[in-house]
Design a protein around this ligand. Structure first.
Ligand code: VG1
Ligand code: CO
Length: 560
C-alpha cells in the first residue's frame, strides 16, 4: 500500500488555458518549480470530488520533448487524487483524436492530452497540456475557467512518489494507493483508433480504387504523432507501399520543423506534389487533428472548401449512410462554402467561435454531424475532436466514389455551388503591445460604427461596409455566451474581413486576418487564383486595420 504525500506549492498567475490548452515555452514548465504539477492538480481539482474518486482518465500526447516526464507526473498525481484508472498510450503516444476516441470508448471521466499541437517542440520550443471532458471533447470555457481559478490560489498538490510505470510495455499495472485500487493500463497507441476508422469507412473499397488506379499517395506526418497511424492505415490497411508515408517517426522536436500543415510549414509536401508524381497528398499537425489536402500537381484544397465538399459528398462515407446526417457547423472565420451545401440539402447550419470546444454541445445534442474550421480542422460526430486522418480518409472515399481527382471534385463543386474564395494572413510573434493597439483601434471603430455605410476601395474595386461588430456567440444548447471572438467587417455583397488575436501562441502575439468573398458559378473568375480575386479586399483590410503601420510588419509570416 503506497502512501500519498501532500507537497506545498506556490500558485502561478498565468495558467490560463487558451484556445486549446495551456501552451508555454518548455522552459516555463522545466524551470519554474512545480509549474506542471500545479496545473495537473488544478485539472484534477476541477473534477468534482465524488466524480474524481474512482474515475478513469485517458492520458497521452504527441511525443514532444518533456511529454514522457509529464506522463509519470500524472500517474503519480492521479493515484494520489483518488483516480481509479488511467488509460495511457504506449510510450505516451496518442493523437488528439485517439484520446477522444478512447475517452468515449471506455466511458472515461476525461483525458489529459500532452501537446502544443501545431506549435514547434523541444527544450526551447513549446509544450502544452489540454484537458478533455467525458464527451471526449476539449473542456468548455466553464471548465477551463474553473481550472484557471483553482490554479491561482493553489497551495499544495497530492502525489504518490513511489509509483513508476513502464509505459513502453502494453499491459495492466495494478497498485494499492492509500488503501484504494489504482490501475494504469498501457494500451496500443493506434489499435482502438484504427478499429473506429474501419467502422466509419469502407477500407476495402478505398483500397481497391487506389490499387486499380495505381494512385500514388503521400501522407506527411511532419514527424508528429501521426506516423504510426499513417503506417498502420495507409501501408497496413490500404496496402500502399512504404514510400507513401513520410516524416513518420514521431520526434521530440519534430525534426526541428514546425508541425503545422499549411503552405509555409508543409512546403516540402507541396513541392513534392507539384512534381506530378503523386495523386493525393495530406499533411497532419503535431497532434494529428489537422489536415491539409493537396491534389495532383500541387492543387491546394482550401480547408473551407474541404468541409463543403465532404458535406456535399457525405453519402460517399458509410458512417453517414448509417447515421442520419443532421446539420453542419463551421467556425465564424471559416468561409460560408458549407452554408451553400446545407441550404441545398435543407439542413441546419451553425456558426461558432474559433476553437473546437464550441462544436461539442451541438454534437452532443445531435444538431450537427459534420463541422470544420478554416485552420485545417475537419471532423464529424464520431468523436469530439477534429480528426486529420478521418479527413484524409473522407477525401479518399469521395475520390473513389466519384472516380475523380481532388481538383476535379473541387471544380465540379464550384460549378454547382459557386466558390467562396478565402485567405488568411498570420503575423506571428508580433510585439504584444503593438498587436493590442491594432485591435484596440478596430474595437474603437466598431464602437463608433464609423465605417458602417462607408465605401472602401482597393485595387480598383469598391465595397460598401454594411456591418461591423465584435463577434458574440450564444450557445444554442446551454445558452452560455462567448464575447469578443473577432472583429467582423461585412460588406454589402457578403464579402468579409475578420481580425482576431490567436489564443494558441506562447510568446508575443499572433494577428490573424481573414478575408473571404463569394464568386458565383457563372463568373469568369471562378477558377482564378485566390490572391487575384481577393487582392482588392486584402488591400482594404490592411488599410482599415493599419497592420503594417501599427505592428511594423509589412508582410505576413504565413498566407493560407
Ligand atoms: C488556432 C485555430 C483554431 C484551432 C486552434 C487549435 O487557434 O485558429 O481554429 O481550433 O488553433 O488547433 P488560434 O486561437 O491560434 O487562432 V490545434 O490543431 O492547436 O489543436
Ligand atoms: Co492540433
Amino acid at each position: 500500500n503506497m502512501s500519498i504525500v501532500s507537497v506545498p506549492t506556490s500558485a502561478y498567475a498565468d495558467q490560463k488555458p487558451g484556445t486549446s490548452g495551456l501552451r508555454k515555452n518548455t522552459q516555463v514548465y522545466l524551470t519554474q518549480k512545480h509549474y506542471t504539477e500545479n496545473f495537473i492538480q488544478s485539472i484534477l481539482l476541477s473534477i468534482d470530488e465524488n466524480e474524481r474518486k474512482g474515475s478513469t482518465l485517458v492520458v497521452g500526447g504527441d511525443g514532444r520533448y518533456y511529454m514522457k516526464d509529464v506522463v509519470q507526473i500524472i500517474i503519480k498525481m492521479a493515484a494520489a487524487n483518488g483516480v481509479a484508472k488511467l488509460v495511457v498510450g504506449q510510450n505516451g503516444i496518442l493523437s488528439t483524436p485517439a484520446v477522444s476516441c478512447l475517452i468515449r470508448k471506455y466511458s472515461a471521466t476525461g483525458g489529459i492530452i500532452l501537446t502544443a499541437s501545431h506549435n514547434p517542440g523541444g527544450p526551447n520550443a513549446d509544450f502544452g497540456i489540454k484537458y478533455n471532458t467525458s464527451n471526449g471533447g476539449p473542456a468548455p470555457s466553464s471548465v477551463t475557467d474553473k481550472i484557471f481559478t483553482i490554479s491561482k490560489s493553489l497551495e499544495s498538490f497530492q502525489t504518490c512518489p513511489d509509483i513508476e510505470v513502464d509505459i513502453s510495455s502494453i499491459g495492466s499495472n495494478a497498485f494499492k494507493v492509500g488503501g484504494s485500487d489504482f490501475t494504469v493500463d498501457v494500451v496500443c497507441s493506434v489499435k482502438d483508433y484504427v478499429e473506429m476508422m474501419k467502422e466509419i469507412f469502407d477500407f476495402e473499397s478505398i483500397k481497391s480504387y487506389v490499387t486499380s488506379k495505381n494512385l500514388k499517395l503521400c501522407f506527411d506526418s511532419l514527424h508528429g504523432v501521426m506516423g504510426p497511424y499513417a503506417d498502420k492505415i495507409v501501408c497496413g490497411e490500404l496496402g500502399a507501399d512504404a514510400s507513401s508515408i513520410v516524416h513518420s517517426i514521431p520526434l521530440e522536436d519534430f525534426g526541428g520543423g514546425h508541425p503545422d500543415p499549411n503552405l509555409t510549414y508543409a512546403k516540402a509536401l507541396m513541392d513534392k506534389m507539384k512534381k506530378g508524381e503523386h495523386d493525393f497528398g495530406v499533411a497532419f499537425d503535431g497532434d494529428g487533428d489537422r489536415n491539409m489536402i493537396i491534389g495532383k500537381n500541387g492543387f491546394f484544397v482550401s480547408p473551407c472548401d474541404s468541409l463543403a465538399v465532404i458535406a456535399a459528398n457525405h453519402e460517399a462515407i458509410p458512417y453517414f449512410r448509417k447515421h442520419k446526417v443532421s446539420g453542419f457547423a463551421r467556425s465564424m472565420p471559416t468561409s460560408a462554402a458549407v452554408d451553400h451545401v446545407a441550404k441545398g440539402f435543407g439542413m441546419e447550419m451553425f456558426e461558432t467561435p474559433t476553437g473546437w470546444k464550441f462544436f461539442g454541445n451541438l454534437m452532443d445534442a445531435g444538431k450537427i454531424s459534420l463541422c470544420g474550421e478554416e485552420s485545417f480542422g475537419t471532423g464529424s460526430d464520431h468523436i469530439r475532436e477534429k480528426d486529420g486522418m478521418w479527413a484524409a480518409l473522407a477525401w479518399l472515399s469521395i475520390l473513389s466514389h466519384r472516380k475523380m481527382s481532388a481538383e476535379e471534385v473541387i471544380i465540379d463543386h464550384w460549378k454547382k455551388y459557386g466558390r467562396n474564395c478565402f485567405t488568411r494572413y498570420d503575423y506571428e510573434q508580433v510585439d504584444s503591445e503593438a498587436a493590442g493597439k491594432m485591435m484596440k483601434s478596430l474595437e474603437q471603430m466598431t464602437e463608433d460604427q464609423s465605417l458602417v455605410g462607408s465605401t472602401q476601395s482597393g485595387a480598383g474595386k469598391t465595397y460598401t461596409v454594411q456591418l461591423m461588430d465584435n463577434y458574440r456567440y450564444t450557445d444554442p444548447i446551454d445558452k452560455s455566451i462567448a464575447e469578443k471572438q473577432g472583429i467582423r467587417i461585412i460588406f454589402s455583397d457578403g464579402s468579409r474581413l475578420v481580425f482576431r488575436l490567436s489564443g494558441t501562441g506562447s510568446s508575443g502575439a499572433t494577428v490573424r486576418m481573414y478575408v473571404d468573398s463569394y464568386v458565383s458559378s457563372d463568373d469568369a473568375t471562378l477558377e482564378a487564383p485566390v490572391a487575384d480575386v481577393l487582392c482588392p479586399l486584402v488591400e482594404i483590410a490592411l488599410k482599415i486595420s493599419q497592420i503594417p503601420e501599427l505592428t511594423g510588419r509589412t508582410s505576413p509570416t504565413v498566407i493560407t
